[in-house]
Design a protein around this ligand. Sequence first.
Ligand SMILES: Nc1ncnc2c1ncn2[C@@H]1O[C@H](COP(=O)(O)OP(=O)(O)OP(=O)(O)O)[C@@H](O)[C@H]1O
Length: 277
Amino acid sequence: MATTVTDTVISAEALSVQRGTNALLRNVDWQVNSDQRWVVLGPNGAGKTTLLNLAAALMHPTKGTMTVLGEKLGRTDVFELRPRIGLTSDQQSDRIPADETAVNVVQTAAWSVVGRWREEYDEVDTDRAMQLLDWLGIAHLSERTFGTLSEGERKRVHIARAIMNDPELLLFDEPMAGLDLGAREGMVAALAALAKDANSPAMVVVTHHVEEIPPGFTHALLLSGGQVVTSGPIEEALTSQTLSTTFGLSLGLTRFNERYTAQAALSETTSALLGDA
Ligand SMILES: Nc1ncnc2c1ncn2[C@@H]1O[C@H](COP(=O)(O)OP(=O)(O)OP(=O)(O)O)[C@@H](O)[C@H]1O
């Protein structure tokens, strides 16, 4: 996979995104190096997807600067930059034709297209696509059409597609949303294996849930209301206090065997849900 040299792959400086009167992101500073694995955590509407879309060169900031893989957004050809980035999100998944086979969904990444049309593929592409599907435990589904796969199976196909091109940056937007417990744990294991592989590129996973943080993730960025609550090495950035501030609720965080769980006191959860009488 990508380079083993430590480079800055994402550099955000005083980044703001405004839509009408709505500030989606406000004054965000963030730096990601090639050997780091980041989790971006925050409640609904915090700005996580907006930040990931900027990192994927799918949008531009309103203010500030965003540099991805050494290319400053607004001053670079994003069509050359995007193939260097592997992105999985429901938005991307929705663009995949339902009648495309799983193996074709993966190997079309080699051409950065969705839908096979009439491209010719080398055997080497097909072999690599099959290896990735096998690694993710779904080689037996390679000839099944995308539309007939379960949510968990589709997400795994999409991850294989994101990795297919040896990207220099891997971005995952809520890769475990909608998965059952077994599928979630399978996805955590797959991402943990990627995270721990020294040859893997920089990785960013967006999630709402600390339970979904794969072992091997090194850094955390906590977002709330479009602003950074804290960011840095995960042991320092992710604490009961920072999590409580981020989600606006008193939360206790525990870490065991490189996995996290978070809980609120039941009485506090009830009063937050019902409002104080
Ligand atoms: N084009 C837009 N115009 C106005 N507001 C927008 C636009 N796009 C997003 N928003 C708002 O910006 C905020 C941040 O959205 P974003 O999708 O980045 O949040 P998120 O943290 O990913 O949320 P979720 O966890 O619910 O997916 C939300 O309140 C959203 O409604």
